[in-house]
Design a protein around this ligand. Structure first.
Ligand SMILES: [Zn+2]
Length: 476
């Protein structure tokens, strides 16, 4: 699609001329401006020239007058930036079909308005009018390929200003989960299909991208494929950056004609590291009471215990901590739970026949054990107890709770053998701290829960510290 040899299409209204410098500056009285120069203050005779980087499917809607309407948009980019062109009704019929991703266009005339940051990646948006002219043109060397519309590398997603905004990202599929069903809260009849794919790139960062429904079911990418996600939304989950997709998003597997895709493939082919080499991207912690964003705080044990982190009953604090597991509780390491995804309710008695979520243990599958570990973690300054739930515990002990229950059943000391390889090894922990009522004595105490842990790696650790420095506005 991105053939550089495409012929220049001659237009009766817009024939292009090249200035001596080689850059096109004037077309039939229209000044070709860099896209970044387009704003609501731009004089009327503007024109832009750039490559189409994204085409949004046509949406149908019912207008205020009750008549049906339709709307379609495209993103056009040049070296300086990108801008969205939105077309309605008649303009959709006139212009929409002209656009092919990767091809170049000259666009002039149209209403310029501020871009809606919820949906639009660019600062300004052009709405096509009756007078709008869209003319396909030749691709010249000065035009970047679509790669430029993507976030430079996944590590750039740490920028807190991106929260809630749409972005285009490209990466290698590190892990692809099977689709799973989740119940919509308050509405047990309705369920959604969800699939998480984890992407990584040469910044050694990884990010989870959530796909929903048909897209989750039909996704055909494999681990190792290049995946690009256009118009994904940046969010945070458990203190880490995540990308969610919606109807406005587009997902491509092994896209062609993208220099960045080629670059990543080459990088991947020479890569010789394990899954642990990649680090999740620090997010912006949930907003505090005053609406301010709260960063993830890196603490020593001594700092943590002296601080008021986790003292608020209404909201959690997110902490990162590097240290070792020095002790573990040897009993009640798991509980019997409903096996249904996202239910996992504890069974009141092993004889229970049906869970309150509707799952019948005889008909739909037996209950399963799930971990709940209590670990003491320490650094050179002190120690504290943390809880570690199923997913993190499985990753730590390399066995699921049913397997461990069987092992311990045979030999009560088997648990020590499982912990032996991880004791006194340095780990990076992500911890949620929150004041909660203890289930044991009804007293309020701070509960520390591990949401993520990985072997401490000096490279990722340094990167994380640098990302924190950057968040405070310093260039590093
Ligand atoms: Zn259940």
């Amino acid at each position: 699609m991105l053939s550089p040899t495409r012929k220049l299409l001659k237009s009766p209204s817009l024939s292009s001329q090249r200035s001596e410098s080689g850059s096109q500056s004037n077309v039939d009285g229209f000044s070709i401006l860099p896209i970044s120069a387009i704003s609501t203050y731009t004089p009327r005779n503007w024109a832009i020239k750039g490559r189409c980087s994204f085409i949004q499917p046509i949406r149908n809607y019912k207008g205020k007058d009750g008549n049906p309407g339709k709307c379609g948009s495209v993103d056009v980019m040049d070296e300086s930036g990108s801008i969205r062109l939105t077309m309605f009704n008649q303009q959709v019929d006139t212009h929409y079909a002209k656009f092919i991703v990767g091809n170049a266009y000259i666009i002039s005339k149209g209403n310029i308005k501020q871009g809606n940051k919820m949906f639009c990646k660019s600062d300004y948006e052009i709405t096509a009018t009756q007078d709008t002219i869209v003319q396909e043109t030749a691709i010249d060397d000065s035009m970047p390929d679509r790669s430029q519309s993507f976030i430079q590398s996944l590590s750039h997603l740490s920028n807190h200003r991106l929260t809630g905004n749409p972005v285009d990202i490209i990466g290698i599929a590190l892990k692809i989960e099977e689709p799973s069903t989740v119940n919509v809260k308050k509405d047990t009849q309705r369920s959604l299909t969800k699939r998480i794919i984890t992407l990584c790139d040469d910044s050694m960062c990884e990010i989870d991208v959530t796909l929903w429904n048909e897209r989750a079911e039909e996704f055909s990418g494999k681990e190792g494929d290049v995946i690009c996600v256009e118009n994904g939304k940046v969010g945070d989950y458990q203190g880490f950056r995540v990308i969610s997709t919606g109807s406005q998003s587009q997902i491509d597997v092994n896209p062609t004609g993208l220099s960045r895709a080629e670059e990543l493939k080459k990088w991947m082919s020479t890569l010789n590291v394990g899954r642990d080499a990649f680090s999740k991207i620090e997010g912006t912690a949930p907003k505090g009471e005053k609406g301010e964003s709260r960063p993830v705080i890196n603490v020593s044990a001594e700092q943590l215990l002296a601080s008021d982190l986790g003292h608020d009953e209404k909201q959690s604090d997110f902490i990162s901590f590097t240290g070792c597991i020095t002790k573990y509780k040897r009993s009640s390491l798991w509980y019997l739970a409903c096996p249904k995804t996202n239910c996992y309710k504890k069974l009141a008695s092993p004889d229970e026949e049906q869970c309150s979520c509707g799952h019948n243990f005889l008909r739909d599958g037996p209950p399963k054990n799930r971990f709940i570990l209590s670990l003491m973690i320490s650094d050179s300054t002190g120690a504290f107890w943390v809880s570690c739930f199923n997913d993190v515990a499985e990753q730590l002990l390399q066995h699921n709770a049913d397997e461990v229950a069987a092992l311990v059943d045979e030999n009560p000391n088997a648990i020590d053998d499982l912990f032996a390889p991880v004791l006194l090894k340095q780990f990076y922990f992500r911890i949620r701290a929150r004041k909660q009522t203890s289930t044991i004595n009804d007293e309020m105490r701070i509960q520390y829960t591990v949401s993520h842990m990985s072997p401490s790696n000096h490279v990722t650790r340094s990167k994380e510290l640098l990302s924190i420095v950057k968040r405070y506005g310093y260039e590093v």
